[in-house]
Ligand binder design. Sequence first.
Ligand code: HEM
Length: 436
Amino acid sequence: MGTARAALRNQVRWAILHRGVRTYGSLQTRRGDPLARFLFAPGARANPYPVFDDVRARGRLVETKLMHVTVDHALATGILRDSQTFGVAFSDVQGVPRFVSWAFQAPDPEIASPVDAPSLLAVDPPEHSRYRRLVTRPFTPKALQKVADRVEERAIELLDGLAGKRRVDIVDEYADQLPVAVIAEILGVPADMHAQFLAWGHAAAPVLDLGLSHKQYTAVNQALRGMNQWFDEHFANLRRKPGDDILSQLVNADPDERLTDLELRATALLLLGAGFETTVNLLGSSVAVLAPDEKSRARLAAEPDLWPQAVEELLRFESPVQLTGRVAWKDTEVDGVEIPKGTAIISLLGGCNRDPNVFDNPDVFDLDRPNSREHVAFSGGIHYCLGANLAKMEGQVGLRMLFERFPDLELAPHGGVQHDMQALRGYRSLWVDLND
Ligand code: HEM
């Protein structure tokens, strides 16, 4: 009876949160709405770039049937940096059909999720400043110097494991494994939980998207529930026996800085999930770009100091996080368009990173591009990615070591399957021949 009631509750919540916006999104996709096309058209996963071009052709800020949208680099940067005018309170979105605003409610209010308050991503100042201050220390460039050696060691272990194999899924055997090991070590999550967290992380990742299928929604909830439960038990252990890690510090903080259980779970979930679900995609997409590009690979082999520049250009060219949104706190104006309080504006980061006003020949991957690092792959303003330095370091070390070990690596025929997600772009699997 309990199970039947839970299943019914799940069905009803899915219908309220996702079915309406899914049906409406599909209708608007057929009518050519550009944001609906990006979110719901099947072809947009494999190739979102024509949709970005369509948005660009319509203007710097485009009103759609869902929300306002932009692929303009300067406009998006301005919005993301202006936390006096724009925030992340999506539960207060106005001016959209009711079921679109419902889609921004938490999947289950009893469990912490990385995209709902009190997660850093979903709170405005002053809460945001308080949480962020508590978690920055392990991610400063100085703290990360120590981590670099561990990234190399872990990469060597994984590459040793590939030796002698002919054809491998490089996502499953390498891109997935490296970031989870690194972030778990920083957070003090035991190594025997890596596989479980990867499974939970992959199942929960669509939580960032709108209009989930019933199957996705159920999987997201189960995974979030599993992670919430595990972290509760882990925090109880850390209270008894603290380690030398950031979660132990948070759990045992002074009473005036202490977080509630929900805040602790939301913070830990976000750090862990953001720490691997994104970097996996940087590594996977980068292999797909570099493997067939013999010229760039020869340059990188001859000039390994170019790897930091290569990673900036890869982040620009195939942005692992494709979008973020902000909601106007007050009536305002953007590029001459009136924006009433409560209006949501989606910045398609992957499109901003192909803005021809900033990047010459934006659709070309170019190791010599002078301004690759102007990309907005890590967003901007107060929510600028906390793990940006870590992600770049993992990209540089992980890719350099892979291509040094397997210089003749090539994509296997019909080798890649993209994720079926809106916010995160990358490969679910990518088969390569190591040619060792
Ligand atoms: C290539 C890899 C990564 C990409 C592309 C990426 C991208 C992003 C983006 C776009 C945001 C901001 C979203 C917004 O403005 O609404 C963000 C926020 C965040 N990222 Fe990353 N990220 C990556 C890796 C990491 C890693 C390794 C960590 C490790 C902890 C991390 C932790 C976070 C956190 C905690 C936030 C929330 C910051 C805040 O709201 O103040 N990310 N990331």
